[in-house]
Write a protein that binds this ligand. Sequence first.
Ligand SMILES: Cc1ncc(COP(=O)(O)O)c(C=O)c1O
Length: 499
Amino acid sequence: MLFKRIRQVYLDVNATTPVAPDVRRRVAEVLDEHPGNPSSAYRLGREAAALIERARAEVAAAIHANPHEVVFNSGASEGNNHVLRVITARAPAPRRRLLTTAVEHPSVRAVAEELAGEGVVVTWLPVDRYGRVRPDDLAALLDDSVCLVSCMLANNELGTINPVRALAALAHQRGIPFHADCAQALGKIPVDVHELGVDYATFSAHKVFGPKGVGVLYARDGAPLHPFISGGQQEQGRRAGTESTHNIAGCGAAFALVPELLAKVPIVTARRTALLARLRAAMPEAIENSPAEGVVPNTLNLRFPGVQNAELLAFLDLHGVSVSAGSACSAQGGKPSHVLTAIGLTEAEAQESLRLSLSAETSDRDIEYVADLVGRFVRGEAPAVSLVSPGQIDAAFLDDDRNFLLDVRLGVERRLMKGLPNSHEIPFLDFSRWLERLPRDRNIVVVCSTGVDAAIVAYALKSRSFPHVGLLVGGLLAWRAAHRALYRARAGANVTVVS
Ligand SMILES: Cc1ncc(COP(=O)(O)O)c(C=O)c1O
C-alpha cells in the first residue's frame, strides 16, 4: 500500500514541458552523428551549420519571422537580459527611461531593478487586476526620455494576454523600440512577430516541448542588436559562443511542432473549463485570479480562501500532482508571488493561490483525481501528517523537547549539507527497521533534503499509529534558505544517530 506507485499528474506546464519524441530523436541524432563545430569550413562543420540553418527556418516559420531575424541563445532569460541591457546602454543620450510592468518574469524585472541602480530611470507600468496593461496608461507615459518599452505577451502565472500589438504601435509612434517576452505565449496562442509589430521578442524551447537551455531572440530586420555575449562571429555577430548544435536542432524541431500545439487549443480549453468546474465544485469559494477572457488556454490561477498554498502543494505533491504556487513559493523562503501582489492581492491572499497549467495530454481522469484531492484537503480529510513550513522551525522550535526532528537523508546528502541542530538521523534506505525505536510521545518532524523522501517516512509512521507526525515542506534546502543565519550558527550541532 505504502509503496503503491502513485499516479503522476503534471499540471505545471508553464514551468517546463517534457521533451517531445520528435525533438528527442533530432537531438540524439545530432549528438550521435554531427559532432562538428558549425564554424569549421570542412564537411563536418558545414553539416553542423546546415542543421542550425534548418532549425532557424523552423523557428522563423513558427513565429512568422524571416530566418535572419532569428538569433539562437540559451533561452528567454538570456534574451530578456540581452535586450534590456544592450538597448538601454546604447540608447542616445536623452533617452534614459525604461518602461516595463510589475508583472514581468524575474529575468526582466531583476534586470530592470539592476538598471535602476545603474542610472537608468525605470517606470513600472500599472496593470489591472488581471495583470493587463492598458494602452492608455502606456500612451500617457511615453515621451522622448523613453529608450525601450518591455511588456510580456502572456503572463506566466496568470496566463493573461497583453494587447502587445496596440502597445507596440503606440511606442513606435514616438520612435521607441518595443520588446515582448513571448516565452509563455508560444504554442498557446498564435504568435506572429511581424503582425505584433515588435522589435524584439524572446522565447524558450523548453516551454514548447523542446530541450532546456536553448531559446530564441527575434530581432526585427533593421532593429539594432549589439551582442550581449561578445567573442566569435556566431549568429552573425549577435551572440558569440560555439553553438549548442544539438539543442538548437531540438529547438527547431520543437518550434516545428507549434502548429500541432495550436491545433490542440480547443482540447486544452475544454480541459481548463472542466478543471475549473471540478475545483469550484470541490470549493465553491475558490476565486479565479486569472481572467475569464484574454487568457492563454492552459493556465488557471486560483485562490482557495483559508488554504495555505504551501500545504496544499505539499499534499498534492505527496499524491503525485505537480502544481506551482507562483514564482516564489515555500522552497524560496516563503515569499509570495510578486505578480499576485502586483494585481492587488494581499500577501496572505497570494499565499492562498495556486497556478495550474495544463496541456492537451491532461486527461479527464487527471482532472477528477486532482479535484478529488483538493476537495479532501479543503474538507480537512487529508491524512493527519502535519505539514511544517520552514518558517515554523525557528530556534525555539529546535530547542523544544517535545519536538523530535528526524533526519532521513542519504549518507551522500548528509556529507553535502549539515543537518538541523538537535536532529536524529536514521538511514532512509532501510528506514522501516528503525521506526519502532522512535518515541511515540513526541512530535516527530521528518526532514529530508527536499521534502519528498520525508513524506514517505511520515506516512510510514502514520501507518504504524504514531500519533504526532509532521514533515518539513521543501526539506532542509528550503529551511536553509529561510534561516540562513540560524543555519550558519547551528547546523550540524548535537546530531544523534538512532541505533
Ligand atoms: C514569461 C517567461 N519569461 C522568461 C522565462 C525564462 O525562461 P528560461 O528560464 O528558459 O530562460 C520564463 C520561464 O519561466 C517565463 O515564463
